[in-house]
Write a protein that binds this ligand. Structure first.
Ligand code: T1G
Length: 701
């Protein structure tokens, strides 16, 4: 039973019960209509109270059913909402937990809404590339006004109960017995019905014009935002029913858009990435409250802040006093900057700093539930740290490395605790970037992985699990992508051409601006180490970056790299670099030629897709969505394109295969399509077939 009914004090209480989030799936809607029918036919029922079980009102319409015909006879959510509003008996919503999307829309069709103090409401459909398609764009402005409706719907952000009351979205916040308060409101509230649809809402064309001016362009992921504004404005210019009709038209347009399909893919892929086939959901998880971070450099300090922001106690250990002092100063400076920008209050900063302790004695690791080493990226140094940790740490502690390039198996080699050793690869700046790659070695235990996944949730990171290899998931793909960007410049493109094309595709920052930001010297050091270790790349490594580092141009950190930078850090093409590039082309015997935008985009994206396919073949990545999540949250791949693998599906894998073969003919065998692409393309398949959520979606009726 998806809707429980109980008659109390003359009101029929309807409790949604569809764990985990009371998603409004067709069976819930069928039960809801049946309950309303029964209540309306029962003279003992004077009113209805709508509530949710499982600690939540409702997470909204069931996203898995979008684009699929509902089972025969099942009503659509807008129909049920219309049914509620048309009822002769009043409805009161008792909102516990979250009322998001269709959950809030169904509450807005009630006469009154009463929320618990910790309740939150939201219309987050924009995050799915959609708009509130069950009356939210028409009722919210009638409840809270145009400005609040625009802010809430365009941001998709949750609104806490107290603010929701101030705005007129909920009528009361009840810290006592929520159900009792709702029953009282339902049975002794004003006679007759109170309908938001009967309220007027002012036309404010200038407010909507201003709002639109702030929105991302439609072809840069802004489609849903512009359509949300159109739907909300329709509430001010059309009668209610016509406004609903307009909302429906715009919703259907968005539902069919690639931008929405991409965002919905990202929504489910992010959640699916936390499921590891050989790590059962009931795997024991260590309670992580105290973490020791070894190393107070850029990464160590960023990680310490990310942990403190997640409410954990952190011990930062650095051998040298001066390096420890620098790390402490960097953390304090970063928090002060966050406070200045209003990201944290002074009190919140003080509270976080109170939980970060600094010292030079590694013995403090004995108290840690988890240790994360973030020392210099040299294998011997890391192995020396782990040898010490093995002797110091509790037997139940998890030992993690923040390495970004080293093999977890090499770090764990010879360790008596290889099962406890896991990679936790944070992306810089670690206190800002959402992605956390959990890297498993051959011996990493399910317990260590499950604990790492729980930690990611605690510190609000988005985790993907990678099997150890050179570069894990994200950086391994960055290698061919980066190589291709340099090859393109050797052949005739300018760095600013490549950046322009990739930024127009939707990356917040083109690759060359990113190299300058991260520092060209990072790659230079890695290449030199590889050469020293005899780990020669299978392909010629472009040397433009080396040439720039040799003349001290490391990027923004030295004021100049690929670009030179003015006082506002504006990247400016530099004739000296253009000359250096031309010299490199000559040294390589390459005759420079014009390179089209299409070729630039093709080679950059296909380099990613082909390597991603290989990661699926060799088990580095569990599923294509994990690769998408890694690039969405690690390198800013535009979410409205879904990630490299989802985007390849939108191109069609037969086309991907053919273009890879064409590139192989022109630029070498390394472009040949991965066998997985050949296999899928041969049967008209898609990477999406490899996603469990795709299989879990209801069958097409
Ligand atoms: N539909 C289907 N499944 C959903 C779902 C939804 N709306 N929300 C969550 N799930 C699944 C999720 O995939 C995961 O599945 C499990 O529930 C737990 O989710 C017409 C068009 C509600 C704040 O966008 O924000 O209404 O992995 O890990 O951290 O206008 O889920 O266990 O198999 O996120 O406790 C609008 C989306 C829908 C809200 C709970 N609503 N959900 O967070 O759990 S469109 C949303 C959330 C709509 C109408 C429109 C969060 C949550 P699995 P979780 P959580």
């Amino acid at each position: 039973m998806a809707v429980h009914r109980s008659l109390r004090d003359g009101a029929l209480v309807l409790e949604l019960d569809n764990p985990p989030v009371n998603a409004l799936s067709p069976d819930v809607l069928v039960d809801l209509v049946a309950a309303i029918d029964a209540g309306e036919a029962d003279s003992a029922v004077r009113a209805f109270v709508l509530a949710g079980r499982n600690g939540i009102f409702s997470g909204g319409a069931d996203i898995r059913w979008f684009g699929k015909a509902p089972p025969p006879g099942a009503p659509l959510l807008p129909d049920v909402i219309a049914r509620i509003e048309a009822s002769p008996k009043p409805f009161v919503a008792a909102i516990e937990g979250t009322a998001f999307g269709g959950g809030l829309e169904i509450a807005l069709a009630c006469d009154r809404r009463i929320a618990s103090p910790r309740a939150k409401v939201a219309l987050p459909e924009i995050n799915l590339g959609l708009l509130p398609g069950a009356g939210g764009t028409q009722r919210l402005p009638r409840a809270a006004g145009n400005a609040a409706a625009l802010r809430i719907i365009l941001s998709g952000a949750p609104v806490k109960a107290a603010e929701a009351q101030q705005l007129g979205i909920v009528d009361a916040v009840e810290s006592g017995d929520l159900l009792a308060a709702a029953l009282a409101s339902a049975t002794s509230g004003p006679a007759g019905r109170t309908r938001l649809s009967e309220r007027a809402v002012a036309a404010e064309p200038e407010a909507f014009a201003q709002a639109r001016a702030q929105l991302a362009p439609i072809d840069k992921g802004g489609l849903a935002a512009h359509r949300c504004a159109d739907a909300i404005e329709a509430a001010t210019t059309l009668p209610f029913e016509a406004g609903l009709q307009r909302e429906r038209e715009l919703f259907m347009e968005l539902l069919a858009s690639e931008q929405s399909k991409s965002r919905i893919h990202a929504f489910f892929a992010q959640r699916e990435a936390a499921k590891v086939p050989d790590v059962p959901a009931d795997t024991p998880v260590a309670a992580v409250r105290t973490v020791c971070v070894v190393g107070a450099g850029t990464m160590g300090t960023g990680i310490a802040m990310a942990l403190a922001n997640g409410g954990l106690t952190v011990h930062v250990v650095e051998a040298a006093e001066d390096a420890l002092a620098r790390g402490r100063a960097l953390i304090e400076k970063n928090y002060a900057a966050s406070a200045r920008k209003g990201r944290f209050t002074e009190a919140a900063v003080a509270e976080r700093l109170s939980r970060i302790h600094f010292g030079t004695d590694l013995a403090v690791a004995a108290h840690a539930d988890l240790v994360i080493e973030a020392v210099f990226e040299e294998l011997d140094i890391k192995r020396e740290v782990f040898a010490k940790l093995e002797a110091i740490c509790r037997p139940d502690a998890i030992l993690a490395s923040n390495t970004s390039t080293l093999d977890i198996d090499a770090i764990a080699a010879g360790s008596s605790r290889a099962g406890d050793i896991v990679g936790l690869h944070f992306f810089s700046p670690a206190n800002v970037m959402k992605l956390l790659e959990i890297v498993r070695g051959t011996h990493t235990s399910a317990h260590a992985i499950a604990t790492s996944l729980a930690l990611a949730k605690t510190i609000a990171k988005i985790a993907v699990v990678a099997r150890t290899c050179d570069g894990f998931i994200a950086n391994r793909m960055l290698a061919p992508y980066g190589r291709e960007t340099m090859y393109l410049v050797e052949e005739g493109a300018a760095p600013q051409d490549v950046d322009r094309v990739m930024e127009r595709f939707g990356f917040p920052m083109g690759p060359f601006r990113m190299y300058d930001l991260a520092g060209l010297d990072v790659g230079w050091r890695i290449r030199k180490r590889r050469l020293a270790e005899g780990r020669f790349a299978t392909l010629r490594e472009p040397e433009i970056g080396d040439r720039l580092c040799e003349i001290g141009r490391f990027g923004q950190k030295t004021g100049a790299g690929i670009y030179r930078y003015d006082e506002n850090r504006t990247p400016l093409p530099d004739p000296q670099v253009e000359a250096l590039i031309v010299a490199e082309s000559a040294r390589l015997g390459i005759t420079r030629r014009p390179v089209s935008d299409e070729e630039i985009l093709n080679r950059c994206i296909l380099a990613l897709v082909n390597e991603g396919a290989k990661e699926l073949e060799d088990g580095t990545a569990i599923r294509p969505g994990d690769i998408d999540i890694a690039w969405l949250y690690g390198f800013g791949f535009p979410v409205y394109r879904g990630g490299p693998m989802h985007y390849a599906d939108t191109l069609g894998l037969a086309r991907v295969r053919d273009e890879l073969n064409a590139l192989a003919e022109r630029h070498g065998e390394h472009w040949r399509p991965a066998p997985l692409i050949e296999q899928l393309a041969a049967r008209g398949g898609r990477f999406a077939e490899l996603q469990a959520y795709e299989a879990k979606a209801p069958a097409w009726t």
